[in-house]
Design a protein around this ligand. Structure first.
Ligand code: F6R
Length: 593
């Protein structure tokens, strides 16, 4: 993944712009960070980099001179271990070219062997291959040609910023598959992985297209394809309010985002369900009606929302739907119906596995809808239709409010094709019940008392099973407790062997009709020493249950059942004193396959 940001302009604010940008891009990776800034007095670039977070970089670079040009990087390691040497920026052998890069160059070893066997490499990164190629080619051709020729040779993904120290007031930027946007302000340009890094300074931006590059100099940006033909950029307005997010009174973004869920649902109702202004393109429902099978593609948490979507479309709207792991669908050979309609679910709208699916689907004439929280994201732009989740910026790496918004949107779409969910009233009720639950919750005590082991199981049936998958993922990713979600009836077919004294088993009982079955499965594990925790809807509850949530429409119980599980994950991580908003090894936007 990684986040990159560069500034070139007439103001000496490069360091502030780049550091602020890196802070906002840290969700993309936080193994190591680096910055390079032009020191006009000595006509050199000062580079600072180290393993660790952006705040550490701020410390080690605090004496850097004010500068009008600079660029930085926050890393999520792909090629090469997390070391200072592998941290970006990287330089070419002579030091003439400097680059920061997000992406993976799949043929870097071949390029190194074929063209660069005489070059000394100081890191294990694929990025260094790019910059060494540019230096080598620039001996025989102009820098722009050396860049475009190099970019043509690359296989894989890149969002790349390059500085030629012989011409220090210019930034070159190239893009393929990894996101890259350029924002313009009155004193200069900012180029970054995400609009978040521009929004404090710019009102408009251009999303660079794949296999293009831009040259930014003298307060102008020129855009080219890889044959060096000029292309016309399309400037779009930045919705600056969207990108403002502060923790406020909350200790962590994750907790804040959990508590924002009722207001997200109300925002969705007010934008999509008030009769006078339904902002969802009416063609989406038509396409769903016309298709004979829906293919829901997503990864991780978004895929779990996809399962709930399948449940809603099939059980209530009688529309067949399949859910596929994006990375499997992209290269597998699943049977596809003769009238498919694809629904991509992605909070970031940048997930590389989904982009690979899109490449495959584009060879057919099927249509694609992207449901995303970033309406300007790559997948929103490249799909035929998109629906904005309206969840507001989700800063914590673990997704919570975007997940609930995804289910709300899927429910609205199912309702549009006849699911009969009385959707406006039902979503209003969910928001109300969620408010109450969040006000009264006592989950931290339950976690302290009962979640004492290194492992844990969630069980449930039908859509409680899907929620149990999401609940287990959330617990794993932020508390590092080994957790698994199971269909309640399936545990006895093998996994029950793992149950020992005090193993926590959390039963989700949102479905009254199936509650007796789930409770029997719970008894099976209690008989083997498990520590049970029961989360139940009021109409399926027993007074002894640990957490009882008020009833909502039976189709939407998963929206409410997931909330206690988000809080369980949060308090388990808090108890263990972990970095809740930035769990280890993860990143919010997964732009590598
Ligand atoms: C977990 C989480 C991830 C993402 C997954 C897909 O909390 O957020 O599992 O859901 O990486 O990302 P998006 O939704 O951006 O496509």
């Amino acid at each position: 993944m990684c986040g990159i940001v560069g500034y070139v302009g007439s103001d000496t604010k490069a360091k502030d712009v780049v550091m602020n940008g890196l802070r906002r891009l840290e969700y993309r990776g936080y193994d190591s960070a680096g910055i390079t800034l032009y020191n006009a007095r000595f006509r050199i670039f000062d580079t600072y980099k180290d393993i660790g977070r952006v705040e550490h970089l701020a410390q080690i670079s605090k004496l850097a001179m004010p500068s009008t040009i600079g660029m930085g990087h926050t890393r999520w390691a792909t090629h090469g271990a997390v070391t200072k040497n592998n941290a970006h920026p990287h330089s070419s052998q002579s030091g003439r070219f400097i680059a920061v890069h997000n992406g993976v160059i799949e043929n870097s070893d071949e390029l190194k062997k074929q063209y660069l066997s005489d070059i000394y490499f100081s890191s294990d990164t694929d990025t260094e291959v790019i910059i060494q190629m540019i230096e080598k080619l620039s001996i025989q051709m102009s820098v722009e040609n050396a860049i475009s020729t190099t970019l043509k040779l690359l296989e894989g993904s890149y969002a790349l910023l390059i500085i030629d120290t012989h011409n220090p007031e210019t930034i070159y930027a190239g893009k393929n598959k990894s996101p890259l946007v350029l924002g313009s302000s009155k004193d200069g340009h900012i180029i970054a992985s995400d609009i978040m890094a521009l929004s404090d300074y710019c009102d408009s931006f251009v999303a660079l297209k794949d296999e293009t590059f831009t040259v930014v100099h003298d307060n102008r940006a020129h855009f080219f394809d890889l044959n060096h033909q000029l292309i016309e950029p399309e400037y779009l307005k930045i919705d600056n309010d969207f990108y403002q997010a502060e923790k406020g009174e909350f200790e962590h973004y994750m907790l804040k985002e959990i508590y924002e869920q009722p207001s997200v649902i109300r925002r969705i109702i007010s934008r999509y369900l008030l009769d006078e202004k339904d902002e969802i393109d009416e063609h989406i429902a038509q396409q769903i009606e016309l298709s004979n099978r829906l293919y829901i593609l997503a990864a991780g948490t978004s895929m779990h929302a996809g399962y709930i979507g399948k449940f809603l479309f099939e059980k209530y709207a009688h529309k067949p739907a399949e859910v596929h792991i994006a990375s499997e669908f992209a290269y597998g050979q699943p049977w596809i119906s003769d009238k498919p309609f694809y629904i991509f679910i992605s909070q970031s709208g940048e997930t590389a596995d989904l982009r690979a699916c899109l490449t495959k689907i584009r060879k057919t004439d099927a249509k694609v809808l992207t449901i995303t929280n970033v309406k300007t994201s790559t997948l929103a732009r490249e799909a035929d239709f998109s629906v904005d989740l309206l969840a507001g910026p989700e800063i914590a790496v673990a997704s919570t409010k975007a997940y609930v918004a995804q289910i709300a949107i899927l429910a609205i779409l199912a309702d549009k094709i006849g699911a009969g969910l009385d959707i406006k009233a039902s979503l209003n009720r969910v928001a109300l019940v969620m408010d109450k639950l969040l006000k009264e919750q006592k989950i931290s005590e339950i976690v302290k008392e009962k979640l004492v082991k290194r492992n844990c199981f969630y069980i449930g049936r039908e859509c409680d099973y899907y929620t149990s998958l999401e609940a287990a993922l959330k617990l794993k990713e932020i508390s590092y407790i080994q957790a698994e979600g199971f269909a309640a009836g399936e545990l006895k077919h093998g996994t029950i062997a793992l149950i020992e004294k005090n193993t926590p088993v959390i039963a989700l009982i949102g479905n009254r009709e199936l509650s007796a079955h789930t409770r029997s499965n719970l008894k099976e594990v209690i008989a083997r020493g498990a520590q049970p925790i029961v989360i139940a809807m009021r109409n399926a509850s027993l007074s002894s249950d640990d957490i009882i949530v008020e009833d909502v429409h039976e189709a939407l119980t998963s929206m409410i059942m997931v909330v206690p599980t988000q809080l369980i994950a949060y308090y388990a991580a808090l108890d263990r004193d972990l970095d809740i908003d930035k769990p280890r090894n993860l990143a919010k936007s997964v732009t590598v396959e």
